[in-house]
Design a protein around this ligand. Structure first.
Ligand SMILES: [Zn+2]
Length: 375
């Protein structure tokens, strides 16, 4: 198929009007079937990668339920998120093993929905004092053997693990696993020095920057400052209009630059569903519009999918090409899948999203086929 007339995301060149061709599953130099679609006024961007979200459409990855994970994968694809790396919560090891096995099984057997490219273990190696919506009953000191048992259950799919670096054994944990997985600093009381020691030990990411960590202040720069001073550290940002003030979103992009910010959705199971009562990690959550909160008011994940978060970033003043990079390129690089997806280049999988002039999702191509919407 040949897609003509659209502005195409082209990396450092921003958007360029050019044709995009597909041949079976791939982006190619020439159309494989001779068909043409005119997309004048539209944008073609790489399908997004969400590397930190928990659920959708009434289901949570942490349920460990095969049908639920398929519903989640189908929903994400329908929103232009063509690659997923769902995140587990803080749970008992038995349940986390079930979650990891379910991911491995899904990866082997599923034939539809977004491509499951990894597993993100957000819990359980986190701080009680900054647990946010994580369940304190199952918090655990960083444990290399437990991590390896979980990764084995996932058939090696674990791409990210979060750690609070002030917890006992955290630095040794980071040194031990940094060659096996990307370690991200999260749910932590760490000051600048503690966080910097974690980055020097091999951590390379910060989980939902600003959320569930000390603030960035002039004499106590905390995790934010340590992440900034670590030039190859990427930072996740929840840009749903609830978790982070628009001014801080702009400041983070200015501070970290376009290569280091990863937009994440952090969605819980209510995204794609009506307002009401749900759960997250075994705790009751009330969802009202964009707000998902525990009974005490603690924010409990988001109810805004990644495509909508990307659009929200643009509404806050982030240029579209920078927002696309943060939702499609940087996360794909962070979990090691950029060789196959994450840019509109010949030889990569034809996993693409087409947006209209108002940035509304018009169509999703998955492995070269129209999976949602129309061209
Ligand atoms: Zn979290």
């Amino acid at each position: 198929m040949r897609l003509t007339g659209a502005q195409v995301y082209s990396g450092k060149d921003g958007f360029v009007q050019r044709d995009v061709c597909t041949d079976e599953s791939w982006i190619s130099e020439a159309s494989g079937d001779g068909k043409t679609a005119s997309l004048k006024g539209c944008y073609i961007i790489p399908g997004l990668t969400d590397l930190h979200f928990h659920g959708a459409k009434g289901h949570d990855f942490s349920d460990g339920d095969p049908e639920g994970l398929q519903v989640i994968a189908d929903y994400e694809l329908s929103r232009g998120v063509t690659q997923i790396c769902p995140a587990g919560m803080t749970l008992a090891e038995d349940q986390l093993l079930k979650v990891c096995k379910n991911a491995a099984r899904h990866r082997k057997t599923s034939t539809s929905g977004a491509l499951l490219c990894g597993v993100n273990l957000e819990g359980p190696f986190l701080s009680q004092a900054k647990k946010g919506a994580q369940n304190a009953d199952w918090l655990h000191a960083p444990d290399v053997e437990m991590f390896r048992r979980l990764n084995e259950a996932a058939d090696g799919l674990v791409k990210l693990v979060s750690v609070a670096p002030e917890e006992p054994g955290a630095l040794d944990f980071i040194k031990a696993v940094a060659d096996e997985v990307t370690v991200s600093i999260a749910h932590t009381t760490a000051d600048y020095d503690t966080a910097l020691a974690a980055y020097q030990a091999g951590a390379r990411q910060a989980t939902h920057l600003f959320n569930a960590m000390p603030a960035f202040t002039h004499r106590a720069p905390g995790v934010v400052g340590a992440a900034f001073d670590t030039s190859d550290c990427r930072v996740e940002l929840i840009c749903d209009g609830v978790h982070i003030h628009p001014s801080v979103v702009r400041a983070v992009f200015a501070m970290f630059g376009f290569k280091r910010v990863i937009l994440i959705s952090d969605t819980m199971r209510a995204v794609g569903m009506p307002d009401g009562d749900y759960t997250l990690g075994g705790q009751a959550v009330k969802v009202n519009g964009k707000y998902a909160t525990l009974a005490d008011g603690t924010i409990a994940g988001s109810a805004t999918d990644l495509m909508s978060c990307m659009k929200t970033a643009v509404s806050f003043g982030i240029p579209l090409d920078v927002a696309v990079r943060a939702a499609a390129v940087n996360p794909a690089k962070a979990i090691g899948i950029y060789g196959r997806v994450g840019s509109v280049e010949s030889g990569k999988l034809a996993n693409l999203a087409v947006l209209d002039e108002n940035l509304e999702l018009k169509a999703v191509l998955f492995k070269g086929q129209v999976a949602h919407g129309t061209l």
